[in-house]
Structure formats: structure tokens, C-alpha cells
Write a protein that binds this ligand. Structure first.
Ligand SMILES: N[C@H](CCC[C@H](N)C(=O)O)C(=O)O
Length: 262
């Protein structure tokens, strides 16, 4: 059977989109098929696959799968691309509210084409040791803040953390954040891709919050984040170590569309 698909990328984190109003039952929750579609040699190639379904209470529902074919937790860049794709296929307008595995999200397509995505609140931030934080921004993240001049191999470092005794069962995404003059740069090893991705939206969000904690900044703030895939921005409110009104902003681009046999 043949399926129409659309390819999007959000700062180089790339996704296959399917319109779930069509019959995609041969693909939905089919781990080996989704893994093959995401394979960069034997398939379309992507960090993940996203199905948009008619919403019951809100505009639509987003179902996210990592490139290993497993359904996973929230994808920030995928959520931003979902907002753009939903408008493109008429499931939403420039402003939208949709459902994902971690609950309800608001989103907005801005005049300049950037897409804003509201993220879940973050209340439990573990400062595991100096410069190391763990939190869940819709997906679980380990954040290593790097000192000036410090560098690490994110794939080697990421694999060691993600497969250690503490994390190997559930897995975790691993980020290294470097503090810049204004803002931070972030590299991420992604669970379920089991490699570095050019950017990770929930990871960038976790790094911005960890940086804010490290700097001791209070109240309202925003952090510019540079990734290998491009520029993102995270804004938030902070009160007594609780983070809310968290918004991840950045580009979301339709790259190509096609038809594939499954
Ligand atoms: N790999 C992540 C989900 C996708 C996160 C990332 N693509 C993002 O933009 O947030 C996980 O399994 O926790």
C-alpha cells in the first residue's frame, strides 16, 4: 500500500509526518515499519515520525515515534513542526491548541515564520552535582553545563550516561550546554535515536532552565540557544524554583513531500 508523507525539519531535527485522517493503521504503532521509514538508507530518513489525528477536544492530537520505531514522550521540535503541518493540512490556523502524550499544548505561527510552542511546567529540577541537572520538559533530560574551554564528545558522553545502571531501563536524553556571551550553545544525544541530533527541543528547554538555575536568575527570562541545526529561544517564568509559561520558539520548515510503499 502507498502512503503520502511530508518531511519537516525544526533546526535540523527532522520528522516524517502522516495525516492520520487517512488510513495509516499499517504504520501506526508498527515499530519495524516506522524504524524502516526513518532509516536514512532504506527509507525516507528522519529522527522521528509524527502522526496528526483529528482532535476530540482540541484542534488535533500528535503521536510521536523515535527513529527506533518506538512511541516516545514529548518532542519539542516535532511539536513546533506539527503546528506548521496542522495549518498546512487544514487541521489548525495560525494559533492552535493540541494534545500530545504529555497533555495540552498551545502554539502560534508568527509573522516571521517562527513557531512558538508552549511546553509543560517544570517543577522538579535535580541538581545532581555541580553543573549537572536532571529534569523532565516533556521528555527526560540530563544536562551537563560546560565550563569555559571545556569540551566533550556528546555521542561518547551521551551513550555512557544513557546506558549506565541508573538510566538504562527507561533511557534519558543527554545534553552538553556551553555558556556564551549571550545565551548558550547545546549539543544533544537523543534517546530513541541513539545518536546526536542537530537539535532537540525538549533538550534545549532543559538546558535553558538549567542555565537559569546556575546563574541564579529569578522571575521572567528568555535564553537564546544555538544548536548545530540553528537558533532557538526558550522563554519562561520562574517562581520559587518552579518554571511555568515555558515557550520554545524557532523555525519549522516543510522540506519535501512524497509517496512511499509499506
Ligand atoms: N528522543 C526524545 C523524544 C524527542 C525529543 C526531541 N526530538 C525534541 O525535539 O524534544 C525521547 O525519546 O525522550
Amino acid at each position: 500500500m502507498e502512503y503520502k508523507f511530508w518531511k519537516y525539519q525544526g533546526t535540523g531535527n527532522d520528522f516524517i509526518f502522516l495525516d492520520g485522517r487517512n488510513d495509516v493503521s499499517a504504520i501506526k504503532d508498527n515499530t519495524p515499519v516506522i524504524a524502516r521509514l526513518c532509516d536514512r538508507k532504506f527509507g525516507i530518513g528522519a529522527d522521528g515520525l509524527i502522526i496528526l489525528e483529528e482532535g476530540s477536544e482540541h484542534d488535533f492530537r500528535m503521536v510521536y515515534y523515535n527513529s527506533d520505531g518506538s512511541e516516545s514522550t514529548m518532542c519539542g521540535n516535532g511539536g513546533r513542526c506539527a503546528i506548521a503541518f496542522a495549518k498546512f493540512i487544514g487541521l489548525a490556523k495560525d494559533s492552535t491548541v493540541f494534545d500530545a502524550i504529555d497533555g495540552k499544548h498551545a502554539g502560534e505561527i508568527l509573522e516571521d515564520g517562527w513557531v512558538e510552542l508552549g511546553m509543560i511546567n517544570v517543577s522538579k529540577i535535580s541538581n545532581l552535582k555541580t553543573n549537572v541537572y536532571e529534569m523532565n520538559t516533556g521528555s527526560p533530560h540530563y544536562v551537563q553545563l560546560l565550563k569555559k574551554g571545556e569540551a566533550l564528545d556528546i555521542v561518547d558522553f551521551g551513550r555512557k550516561i544513557r546506558y549506565n545502571d541508573q538510566y538504562k531501563a527507561e533511557g534519558i536524553n543527554v545534553n552538553a550546554a556551553k555558556m556564551l556571551e549571550n545565551g548558550i550553545s547545546v549539543e544533544t544525544y537523543e534517546r530513541g535515536v541513539e545518536d546526536e541530533t542537530l537539535s532537540c527541543g525538549t533538550g534545549v528547554t532543559a538546558c535553558a532552565i538549567a542555565y537559569n538555575e546556575f546563574m541564579g536568575n529569578k522571575g521572567k527570562n528568555s535564553v537564546d540557544v544555538m544548536t548545530k541545526g540553528g537558533q532557538l529561544k526558550v522563554s519562561f517564568m520562574e517562581k520559587d524554583g518552579q518554571y511555568f509559561d515555558i515557550v520554545l520558539s524557532g523555525p519549522a520548515v516543510r522540506v519535501f513531500e512524497g509517496v512511499i510503499g509499506v
